[in-house]
Write a protein that binds this ligand. Structure first.
Ligand code: GLY
Length: 573
C-alpha cells in the first residue's frame, strides 16, 4: 500500500510537481548540510519489502521508539519474512540521519572474508573459477554483519532496548508466516539454481517440495537465535554456544569459518559520501559500497553537460555514457577502503568528471571495450532488500541489507535457523571474471582475510529547499542505476509513488548493452539510440523492489511507497 499524508492529515492523489533540478554540481565541501530542517514532519513513514516488517517498525514507533529502533525492528523482521533476500546470516548498510544534530552516519555491516580465505580459493588447478563455488554452500559465506549492526544501532542511536525492538521478529519466527504464491515460486525455483542444505530443506522444502500457499512456515531455531541476540546482544551470536553451533555447521559441511572469525567481527562507522547536484544535496553510501562514488560521478558528468536541458535521445545517451564510465571505474578502482587505497576524493571530484567526459561523443556510443579495464560478459540477477524509515521528529534510516543471491548460499547451519549469505561471490574471484551479477572487478576487490567485498547497495538521502527523499532498492548491479533514476525522478518533482514506479534503464559497462524494462523507452527513442550505436535489450522481467519516502517542506506532505513490481508494505501514520 502506498500512502500520502498532508500536514492537515488529508490523503492526496499523488501528483507530479513541476520542479526541475538546475543542473550544476558543487564539490563535497560546498555548503553541504545547510538544508536539513530542524522540525520533524509530525508523522512517521515506513516503506519495506514486506507488510509484516513495516508493521513491526510501526509497532516499535508506537512504543516510543525512534527511526533507529524501528530500523532494527524492520531489519530483524525481514530476516524472518523475506528469507530469500536478507537476514542475520548476511550483512547490510545503514544510512542514518539524526534530527537533533543534523548529522548523518553510515553504519557498515558488510560481511568479511574469514581468516582462512585466500585470493585463489575459488579457482581450479588451471586458474579458472570453479562453477558456483563462491555461490553455494558454506564456503561461499562471509562472516555476517547484521547481528552486530542491530546491537550497535539499538545501543548507540535507539531509545529502546535491543530486546524490545527484536520482539516482533521473534514473534513472527515463532508464530510463522503463511507461504505466498511468490514465496512458493521462489522455493520451487531455488533447488534448480542453488544447493539447499539439509537444514534448509527441513524448514522450507518439507517432503522435498515447496509448501502449499497458505501453509505456515515456523522458524523455531531462528527464533532461538534471535532470542539469544535479544538476551545477550551481539555477543550471543558471535561468541559462546550459538557461535560454536554456527562454526560447527559450517566446518562439518566443508566451510572454513572459525570461532575467532565470528568473535572478531565489527561494524564500522563511516562518513557518507555527500555532494550537490544543482540545489540538491545527496547523502549516500561510501566504499565498500560502489554506489555513492558512481552516483557522484554520474551526477558530476550530467551536470557538466547540462543534462536537465537536453532533449531525447541526447538525454538518455548522455546518461548511458556517464553510467558506462562510472561502472568502468568501479571495476578498476573500488574495493574495501580498509584494505586498498580507494581514491574516492579524486573519483568524485568535478574536474575528474571533465576527464571522463572528454571521451564522450554525443553522436556515437562508446564501445565499452575501447575503455581500459577488466572485460567479460554474464547475465544479471536480483535480490537483497531495502527499507526506508522517517520518524515524526525527522530521524531517518535508509537501509539496504542482503544475503546476496536468492536464499544466499542455501546453507543453514543445523540448529541455528540462520540462512548464510553467499557474499564471497561479490569479491573478484579472478580479475575480469564476472560475478553473479555480471560485474567484473580488479585486484582492488580481490579476496583477503578480514576484507569486506565490494557492494552495489546504495541507501540514499536527497534533500533540497523543497524537501527530502529516502530511497534504495535491491537489484544487484542495477541498484546504482535504479537509485540514480529514482533520484532524477524526485528532482523532476516525483513523490514516493512516482519514484518507485518509474520504468528503468540500465547499463553497467560490461555487458555493453542498454537493458530496459517494458515501457521505459518508446520506439522512437529506441531507434534513435540504436542509430547512435547502442545495443538495446528489453528485459523480460521487471527489476528491483524500491522502497521510498518523500517529504515536501512547503506543506509537510509525506508519502511512502513500495515498488509496484512486488508486494511490499508502506504507510504513513
Ligand atoms: N550482494 C549484492 C551487493 O551487495 O551488491
Amino acid at each position: 500500500m502506498n500512502s500520502v499524508l498532508t500536514r492537515a492529515g488529508q490523503v492526496l492523489v499523488p501528483a507530479l510537481l513541476l520542479w526541475i533540478a538546475v543542473a550544476g554540481v558543487a564539490h563535497a565541501e560546498d555548503g553541504i548540510g545547510n538544508l536539513a530542517r530542524a522540525n520533524g514532519p509530525g508523522h512517521a513513514a515506513i516503506a519495506s519489502a514486506h507488510p509484516a516488517a513495516t508493521a513491526a517498525g510501526f509497532e516499535i514507533l508506537s512504543q516510543g521508539g525512534n527511526a533507529f529502533d524501528a530500523a532494527v525492528a524492520v531489519s530483524a523482521a525481514l530476516s524472518v519474512a523475506e528469507p530469500h533476500s536478507s537476514g542475520i546470516g548476511g550483512g547490510g548498510f545503514f544510512l542514518l540521519h539524526e534530527a537533533a544534530d543534523q548529522s548523518s552516519v553510515f553504519v557498515d555491516a558488510r560481511e568479511t572474508a574469514p581468516a582462512a580465505a585466500t585470493r585463489d580459493m575459488y579457482l581450479d588447478e588451471n586458474g579458472e573459477p570453479v562453477r558456483r563455488a563462491s555461490l553455494s554452500g558454506p564456503l561461499a559465506a562471509g562472516i555476517p554483519g547484521l547481528p552486530a549492526a542491530l546491537e550497535h544501532i539499538a545501543n548507540k542511536y535507539g531509545r529502546l532496548p535491543l530486546a524490545q525492538s527484536l520482539a516482533p521478529a521473534i514473534r513472527l519466527a515463532r508464530e510463522g508466516l503463511p507461504v505466498t504464491e511468490g514465496t512458493q515460486r521462489l522455493l520451487r525455483a531455488f533447488p534448480r539454481m542453488g544447493s539447499p542444505s539439509p537444514a534448509f530443506v527441513e524448514i522450507f522444502l518439507p517432503d522435498g517440495e515447496a509448501p502449499p500457499v497458505g501453509a505456515l512456515i515456523r522458524r523455531a531455531d531462528l527464533a532461538d537465535t534471535l532470542e539469544t541476540l535479544s538476551a545477550q546482544g551481539a555477543a550471543g551470536f558471535y561468541t559462546g554456544p550459538r557461535a560454536e553451533l554456527l562454526v560447527k555447521g559450517v566446518r562439518d559441511a566443508g566451510g572454513i569459518w572459525t570461532t575467532e572469525d565470528l568473535a572478531a567481527y565489527r561494524t564500522v562507522e563511516r562518513q557518507p559520501i555527500r555532494f550537490r547536484y544543482g540545489e540538491v544535496e545527496v547523502t549516500t553510501a561510501p566504499p565498500p559500497s560502489a554506489g555513492g562514488v558512481a552516483l557522484a560521478q554520474v551526477f558530476n558528468m550530467l551536470g557538466h553537460r547540462g543534462y536537465a536541458q537536453l532533449e531525447e535521445p541526447a538525454r538518455t545517451h548522455l546518461l548511458v555514457e556517464a553510467i558506462r564510465r562510472a561502472y568502468r571505474d568501479r571495476a578498476e578502482f573500488l574495493g574495501d577502503p580498509d584494505f586498498v587505497p580507494v581514491p574516492v576524493e579524486r573519483l568524485i571530484h568535478p574536474w575528474y568528471a571533465d576527464g571522463l567526459l572528454a571521451s564522450v561523443r554525443m553522436d556515437r556510443a562508446t564501445p565499452s571495450d575501447t575503455l581500459p579495464g577488466p572485460v567479460s560478459q554474464r547475465p544479471l540477477g536480483t535480490d537483497t532488500s531495502h527499507f526506508s524509515v522517517l520518524d515524526k521528529d525527522g530521524n531517518r534510516a535508509a537501509v539496504t541489507q542482503t544475503i546476496n543471491t536468492l536464499f544466499g548460499s542455501g546453507f543453514v547451519p543445523p540448529g541455528t535457523g540462520v540462512i548464510l549469505n553467499n557474499e564471497m561471490d561479490d569479491f573478484s574471484v579472478k580479475r575480469g571474471a564476472p560475478n553473479a551479477f555480471g560485474l567484473v572487478h580488479s585486484h582492488a576487490n580481490g579476496i583477503e582475510p578480514g576484507k569486506r567485498m565490494l557492494s552495489s547497495m546504495t541507501p540514499t538521502f536527497l534533500e533540497s529547499e523543497r524537501g527530502l527523499a529516502i530511497l534504495g532498492t535491491p537489484g544487484g548491479s542495477r541498484i546504482v542505476t535504479m537509485v540514480l533514476l529514482g533520484a532524477l525522478a524526485w528532482m523532476d518533482g516525483a513523490d514516493a509513488e512516482g519514484i518507485v514506479g518509474l520504468p528503468r534503464v540500465h547499463h553497467q559497462y560490461i555487458p555493453d548493452s542498454v537493458s530496459f524494462e517494458a515501457g521505459a523507452m518508446d520506439n522512437d527513442l529506441q531507434a534513435a539510440l540504436a542509430e547512435l550505436g547502442h545495443k538495446l535489450r528489453e528485459s523480460s522481467r521487471p527489476w528491483g523492489n524500491m522502497q521510498a519516502i518523500t517529504l515536501d517542506y512547503a506543506d509537510d506532505t509525506l508519502t511512502a511507497a513500495s515498488d509496484p513490481r512486488r508486494n511490499g508494505g508502506s504507510d504513513v501514520r
